[in-house]
Write a protein that binds this ligand. Structure first.
Ligand code: SAH
Length: 374
């Protein structure tokens, strides 16, 4: 498992001027960068503002109706406005949840889930194609990390969802970086993406409505705390001690639980925001009431909220979920120890599946079509 961690910084495509098929991807650029790019091509800078604004409304060059036709043609031959498209979507029969299969220009796919809560729409996006973190319960990591997504591709996931919601007169209100991938393993692109979200003239999503979930890259959590970006941090803890955590999360061999929690304390101190602790209950591994008590001891006096997630069983993994009674008992014990906790509401249970399962089923079916055994 050590090798997994050694090369945990996956290949990140160059972005601000990222090119694909010799085309410049404008989606990951800040407004000033789009203006400068236009000027370098002899086009007026104010056209850059128009292009920036259209891009953030999810429009492609053909739809940029206030640009002269000839300019649209020129732009099409040298740049990309929308690097992501929804290639398939799956609608829940039990609630308003939709799962998107996003496709990028190189044919790679990632997943996103759009959930409808009473306070608005929440979108869960992926930050990498696959993941290198190797958590024992997660489907996203089964094939490792193919590549990291660029800032423009992550923004593309949001833009596609906004376009999907446009006909309902709605848009994404909350964003969670909790799909496939480890966001802090794609640090620079994720930071660029977060800054793009709040840029004036773009979609202007407040970073207070954004959550970032990490398996616990301690050095990066500390760096994030110093960025002055008011995102909510979630730590995937999933264990009450190092011994259990090391069995299910390779990252725990790199950093102890104390180091991870100390980094969270630093995050809370720097940002004034509470941290969410994610805890997936796995039968016979981390779900006993004694373990709830041990966990409470570790979190005492910390400004945290525990999110209990009943394990989503992944067929390739041997791990088993827990009964409703076990969830309740664990929750009650945490509360008795004065730890704020809730059970994560399950949405779109019939379509969502565990993290990474949709992309995996697509890969497997493509493999089957190609006559390869998966
Ligand atoms: N790499 C990041 C974000 C992606 S996973 C992280 O580790 O936090 C998003 C959340 O789903 C994490 O808390 C992860 O541990 C959890 N998760 C992954 N697979 C799961 C499964 N099969 N059942 C329940 N939760 C799972």
């Amino acid at each position: 498992m050590e090798t997994v961690m050694e090369n945990h910084v996956a290949n990140v495509p160059d972005t601000s001027g990222a090119t694909l098929d010799n085309l410049t991807v404008l989606t990951g650029m800040h407004r000033e960068e789009v203006r400068a790019w236009m000027q370098q091509r002899g086009l007026p800078a104010f056209r850059g503002d128009q292009v920036f604004s259209w891009i953030h409304r999810g429009r492609d060059f053909d739809e940029m109706t206030n640009l002269p036709l000839s300019m649209r043609e020129t732009l099409k031959s040298s740049a990309v406005a929308q690097p992501v498209k929804i290639s398939d979507s799956f609608h829940s029969r039990v609630d308003d949840t939709v799962k998107f299969l996003y496709e990028m220009r190189d044919g790679n796919c990632v997943e996103g889930v759009l959930m409808h809560y009473h306070h608005g729409y929440s979108l869960c996006i992926s930050t990498q194609v696959g993941c290198n973190m190797g958590c024992a319960f997660c489907a996203s990591t089964l094939e490792g990390c193919v590549r990291s997504l660029s800032a423009g591709e992550m923004l593309g996931e949001v833009l596609c969802a906004n376009r999907y919601l446009e006909e309902k007169g709605e848009k994404v209100h909350n964003l969670v970086l909790m799909g496939a991938g480890e966001p802090l393993d794609n640090y620079d692109e994720v930071m660029r993406f977060l800054r793009l979200l709040r840029e004036k003239g773009g979609i202007e999503l407040s970073l207070r409505s954004v959550s970032l979930s990490t398996c616990g890259l301690v050095d990066r959590i500390r760096r994030l705390a110093d960025e002055d970006l008011p995102v909510t941090l979630s730590l995937s803890l999933h264990a009450p001690n190092d011994e259990v955590r090391r069995k299910i999360m390779p990252i725990a061999k790199r950093w102890s639980m104390k180091e991870a929690l100390d980094a969270c304390r630093y995050y809370i101190e720097k940002t004034g925001r509470r941290v969410i602790v994610e805890y997936a209950l796995i039968d016979g591994v981390n779900a006993s009431v004694e373990q709830a008590e041990e966990l409470a001891g570790k979190l005492r006096n910390m400004q945290v909220h525990v999110n209990l997630i009943p394990l989503n069983e992944v067929k390739e993994r041997q791990l088993k979920g827990v009964s409703e009674r076990q969830v309740r008992a664990f929750l009650e014990r945490l509360e008795a120890c004065h730890i704020s906790a809730t059970r994560r509401r399950e949405m779109g249970d019939d379509i969502a599946g565990a993290c990474g399962q949709l992309r995996r089923s697509v890969i497997l079916s493509r493999g089957a079509e190609a006559g390869t055994s998966a």
